[in-house]
Design a protein around this ligand. Structure first.
Ligand SMILES: NC(=O)c1ccc[n+]([C@@H]2O[C@H](COP(=O)([O-])OP(=O)(O)OC[C@H]3O[C@@H](n4cnc5c(N)ncnc54)[C@H](OP(=O)(O)O)[C@@H]3O)[C@@H](O)[C@H]2O)c1
Length: 216
């Protein structure tokens, strides 16, 4: 009998502070990652991947940190994210003008499922990214993303609450947390109450330490 190849649900580069926060408090238009949260990504913006993302012409670092960033986009056919990661608007959408932080051509290039209790029509962006707003249970959203991924894996992009929900149900196959050398003192914690995962690898990068966790 042929073994069925199953798509994996993967978390990559969820930058987390030493005290466990993936975003600081008080997220807003001015502070997308919450107050102080920008420092979670200091290492990120030094890499070639980060420079490329920002459209900066100058070369970036191509070491361990960059390798982890590249791995996060390999073999991914769909993304799941929480509504707070998608933007700063909360509650009912006042209109449909907010289409994400990433400009007209977001860096996904595949279907992205945005979890919200306030669904709205899908938005097709340049470059192959379509945002679908879904108000379904965790498993149904995952099933939709797996189907949309067409045989590739699904990336669980964040934020903290969304990753926590899937970890709590043991649905995440691989969790990569770069632990940034900062304290945030408050904000959103992806690992609160999570059991059943073990660290399978620890690797020192140039600006962060990379922890990989799998089911234990
Ligand atoms: N450090 C990193 O690498 C990293 C990576 C990604 C994101 N982030 C940051 O993380 C922060 C966002 O994380 P977060 O924990 O605040 O929120 P989140 O996980 O992005 O989104 C939570 C929201 O998702 C919706 N939701 C949750 N459960 C749902 C369900 N069962 N059905 C439908 N909708 C559901 C709710 O929005 P509604 O109110 O619309 O229902 C809820 O408020 C941002 O600051 C972002 O920049 C950091």
């Amino acid at each position: 009998m042929r073994r069925q190849i199953m798509a994996k649900l993967r978390v990559h580069n969820l930058a987390t502070s030493l005290d466990g926060f993936a975003a600081g408090p008080d997220q807003s238009l001015e502070n997308p990652l919450g107050v102080g949260g920008e420092a979670l990504h200091t290492w990120y913006w030094k890499t070639a991947f980060g420079k490329d993302m920002q459209g900066e012409g100058e070369p970036g670092e191509t070491g361990v940190d960059n390798d982890y960033l590249l791995r996060g986009v390999e073999g991914i056919g769909a993304t799941i994210m929480g509504r707070n990661m998608f933007g700063p608007v909360r509650g009912p959408w006042p209109d449909e003008s907010w289409t994400g932080w990433w400009g007209p051509n977001p860096p996904y290039h595949h279907p992205v499922f945005v979890r919200t209790h306030y669904p709205r029509p899908s938005v097709e962006m340049e470059g192959g990214t379509t945002f679908h707003f879904v108000d379904d249970d965790d498993e149904t959203v995952l099933a939709k993303a797996v189907e949309a991924a067409g045989g590739l894996d699904v990336r669980l992009a964040g934020g903290a609450a969304t990753v926590r929900a899937y970890l709590a149900k043991g649905l995440v196959d691989e969790l990569h947390l770069p632990i940034s050398p900062i304290l945030l003192g408050g904000g959103e914690r992806p690992l609160d109450g999570i059991r059943g995962y073990v660290v399978s690898k620890v690797e020192q990068g140039e600006g962060t330490v990379h922890y990989t966790l799998v089911r234990g």
